[in-house]
Write a protein of this length. Sequence first.
Length: 318
Amino acid sequence: MSHPHPELGPPPRLPKGALRIVPLGGLGEIGRNMTVFEYGDRLLVVDCGVLFPEETQPGVDVILPDFTWIRDRLDRIAAIVLTHGHEDHIGGLPYLLRERKDIPVVGSRLTLAFIASKLKERLNRPVIAFAAVEESGGELRGSGRSVAGFHLRDALAAIDAHAPGLIVRFGGHAMAAGLTLRVSDFARFADAFDQQARRALGDDVEHATLVSDGPLDAAEISLELAETLAIASPWGQGFAEPLFDNVFAVKHWRVMGEKHLRLELGLDGALLPLRAIYFNGFDGRPPPGAARVAYRLGVDGWGGTRRVQLYVEHLEPA
């Protein structure tokens, strides 16, 4: 993995007519590919991938490129070009779009379809990614993915009924759909789709609703149950992975990778604290001493010992 070199200092001012190429990841490593091309006062970003952790990095989900160099110049990014759809080239895009949501993204139809699914998972929003149809000369083809509570095909049908001709053609089902638009109608469609989403999901569409299967007794939070649930997968629409919630005493906690929490949780009847991990759960403040935790059961096999681990979806004061 590459490391920062603060002793080098910032780069000099870019001369007029010159091109600067800055790799923010992917140099000397296999993963987190991201390169910035600077010309004049504009930046072009090529790829935004992740690097997967090694065995010596337990508890780390993914490793992102270092956005520090462009964080104060996000408004200068003209576009992000994605060369293909592998995780080491696209996996970091949802994190960059959190910093500025309206950056244009350019890629093939297949790559943008992957992006639609990834953004839906990260942002909890229905997402449609469009790509130009070269052979049509003036049309966009979209691939959409939805979230619980928003029927994607019905939303497209409602738009079509309200504004006939706005959508050239469409089809699909509740969670996925495809459609074709004229380039000139993109802005009008985007506004209509946003209104449909807010009508169905409310104005605060970025916050998910968690539906719990209820609390577990201390004896039920076991390696046996975690392994049984793992065998029962894969989970999906209409067959959701079980989610549980309990009130725990937070016995110990520490921060991993600046934003993740490793927790030890106490529960009445449990002889030892329960191990838990909360990805992206650290907001700069310590967790409460007593917390209601929504979690899924998993198996941690680090170090050759298999044990139950709680994967936290949400944590709030009890």
